[in-house]
Write a protein that binds this ligand. Structure first.
Ligand code: F0G
Length: 446
């Protein structure tokens, strides 16, 4: 490819390359996933990561303010004039001594990357700023996505600011109200399909192909380029040092895929000297990755993934009419579209996969609420998974860990209120009924 940025099929037996200005989302030759790729010799990448930090001094400039585009040389697929930004990526890495101590870790090793601070309240904005920039570059006028909620909120917000028509597909009754309210408020056409996320994902691909809509799910390789920057910001917040572990919830597996690609590239560019390990946490009610990796021994194998294992697994899901169920509705997904890229990330980062119950998720969420900045249920799977990994000795108590808290605490108030109100768990903190009487009220104060 003569161009500095292009798309390439991840299947090494195919490896077909395509222009960056095509909006195709799957390899037209073999149907596999596409990557954004760069001719790194022609990209002006700084010689050390710390140079990106200089942009804090020029944050009055739109692109230097963005926590995504501050790292633009590492996702150099689109000219500046097409780059979209609504101030995404102003997120923080919180060192959390209290939770570390609760988990029996050394007090200074646990960090929580709070992506709930993004404009639409989830990590999705990192990806959307990149994907919408690509959409503007290719002249898209209308777009669509399937979603468990956060993608639809983020797409709706960016579509409105870019002037694109937008349709979002959600599974009827499968979305937390905070997220549904955002999609409607931001003006997206919201279609509730009588089915689950996997049904929506299938429909949206067909709709996009038939109507020529621009697809914003994480099948879109440019979206994942934006999500790489979550890792750059973690490294930045650690004084440009790499942690020992990244822990992330696994749903459609876009984040984990993006993180693996980020570290692979940084290592190849000589910008880091070691790659952290990756722990991907499923909910037990939606544990396709855990089952395929830990039980069926599915591996990346240099890109020669054993498709028979995957096909057999999905055929069984279909035969059983299986639909995933978890209170962490964001990760209620049984056919993750980025499965193969995620296998690559596990390979690059010597990764592990675990599944945690809804009960563990709710307790972990309350712990994060009590001692941290709060988060939505899917995000709390990280702390629940970390507990497992510490107990089994996979993660040592003195290893430096960064958990990615993917979504804001107010996304799903129902799960939170039910947990506390019904005194369901270890950290339940139910409200107390009081008579409208000063004496009675004072007696209740503890
Ligand atoms: N955490 C939150 C809060 C999410 O919204 C999602 C995905 C994930 C974790 C899983 O991330 O898909 O990259 O593995 N939500 C998507 C949506 C599927 O439609 O909003 P992943």
């Amino acid at each position: 490819m003569a161009d500095v940025a292009f798309q390439r099929c991840i299947n090494p037996a195919c490896g077909a390359e395509f222009d960056r200005a095509q909006a195709i989302f799957k390899c037209p030759q073999c149907g596999d996933l596409l990557d954004a790729q760069y001719d790194w010799d022609r990209v002006p990448v700084p010689s050390k990561l710390a140079d990106f930090g200089k942009r804090w001094a020029t944050r009055d400039q739109r692109l230097d303010f963005s926590g995504v585009w501050r790292f633009r040389e590492l996702l150099d697929f689109c000219p500046d004039e097409h780059k979209v930004s609504i101030g995404e990526g102003q997120t923080i890495l919180q060192q959390n001594c209290a939770i570390a101590e609760q988990l029996g870790m050394k007090s200074d090793v646990l960090h929580l990357q709070y992506e709930g601070l993004n404009p639409s309240g989830s990590f999705k904005d990192n990806g959307m700023t990149a994907a919408f920039s690509h959409a503007m570059m290719v002249g898209a006028t209308s777009c669509a996505c399937a979603s468990t909620g956060n993608t639809s909120a983020s797409v709706a917000l960016y579509a409105h600011s870019c002037g694109l028509k937008c349709t979002v597909f959600i599974g009827s009754g499968r979305i937390a109200f905070g997220k549904l309210s955002q999609a409607m408020d931001y003006g997206a056409q919201t279609i509730q399909i009588q089915g689950d996320f996997d049904d929506c994902m299938k429909q949206v691909q067909d709709v996009c192909t038939k109507l020529g809509l621009y697809l914003l799910n994480s099948l879109n390789p440019f979206r994942l380029e934006g999500q790489k920057t979550i890792m750059y910001r973690i490294i930045e917040a650690l004084g440009w040092e790499v942690p020992d572990w990244i822990v992330v919830p696994g749903g459609n597996l876009g984040n984990s895929s993006a993180f693996g690609k980020a570290f692979l590239e940084l290592k190849q560019l000589g910008l880091i000297d070691r790659v952290p390990r990756l722990a991907i946490i499923n909910a037990t009610g939606a544990d396709t990755l855990t089952d395929l990796v830990n039980n069926k021994k599915l591996v990346w194998n240099g890109g020669n993934v054993d498709n028979k294992i995957i096909d057999g697994f999905y055929a069984d899901l279909t035969a059983r009419n299986f639909s995933p169920h978890t209170c962490a509705s964001a990760i209620e997904i049984s056919r993750p579209v980025n499965l193969k890229k995620c296998l690559r990330a596990l390979d690059v980062c010597d990764g592990v996969v675990r599944a945690v119950t809804d009960e563990e998720i709710c307790d972990a969420k309350a712990l994060i609420g009590k001692y941290g900045l709060g988060c939505e249920p899917a995000s709390a799977a990280t702390i629940a998974g970390l507990k497992h990994l510490l107990a089994e000795g996979t993660i040592a108590k003195d290893e430096r860990v960064a958990c990615v808290l993917t979504g804001h605490a107010l996304k799903d108030p129902n799960v939170t209120v039910n947990y506390h109100k019904d005194n369901q768990g270890e950290f339940s903190n139910p409200p107390i009924e009081a008579a409208n009487d000063l004496h009675e009220i004072i007696k209740l104060i503890r």
